[in-house]
Design a protein around this ligand. Sequence first.
Ligand SMILES: [Mg+2]
Length: 285
Amino acid sequence: MKKTPAPKNPVGGKGTMVVFTDLDGTLLDDATYSFDAAREALAELRAREIPLVIVSSKTRAEIEPIRLQLQNRHPFIVENGGAVFIPLQYFSFPLNDAVHRRNYHVVEMGTPYPLLRRALKEIQQTVGRELRGYGDMSIEEITVRTGLLPKNAQLSQQREYDEPFIIEGQACPEERLIKAINERGLRYTKGDRFYHLMGPHDKGRAVRYLNRWYRLQAGHGHNALKTVGIGNSLNDLPMLEAVDRPIIVQQTDGSYEPGITLPQLTRAPGPGPIGWNRAVLSLLQ
Ligand SMILES: [Mg+2]
């Protein structure tokens, strides 16, 4: 019988590495939402059975079809860390703090959406600027603002833990906005196109939660488990702080998010999925 060839390189493989990635502007091209430019590295991760965990501000409804296209069977994190979805039987031990919903164990970390919607209106009163939330926008407005196709814009509106918003008209002093948000026990972060109003959760908390399970799964080898995070915007910072190897890709204009500075930070040579592909391939070398 023919023996399966050993991987060209011993780096990677089950239980040795986990890659956490943002989608918009990172694995997905900022304008076309395509991951074509990263196909080579994606195939390499699959071949080595290295888990690729999506960590996005997108909703579950938006992430599910992207996972299918990626043939991805790993856990994923929605709405900036609002919840962690873990496929049933993915880990070989019970997840006590998760609830069983459809094909997943779900761990909810976020504040329920209706509370965020109410808070946004109160904060608008306090700061005296119109804060236009996703829930105020028509599908048409969302397609114009994001470049999403109408059917995808509809999926993006099925929000559960995070309200993207814009400030209409005159800019609002940031301290005033932050104060009004914090006073309500909430937080905000800046994504690619929107501010995001959310509860006291972030991508980092969700990534740390999953890391614990990956380390437990790796058992004795858990010290050798290397965690990688790839992002492009400020809302990725908590995720990048939670991993061993933080990586950022370029924005479309070739710049890097200036607000992200970490001692171990790698700046990938290339925007979005082009930088992603190069960074991951060089990591696996
Ligand atoms: Mg992004």
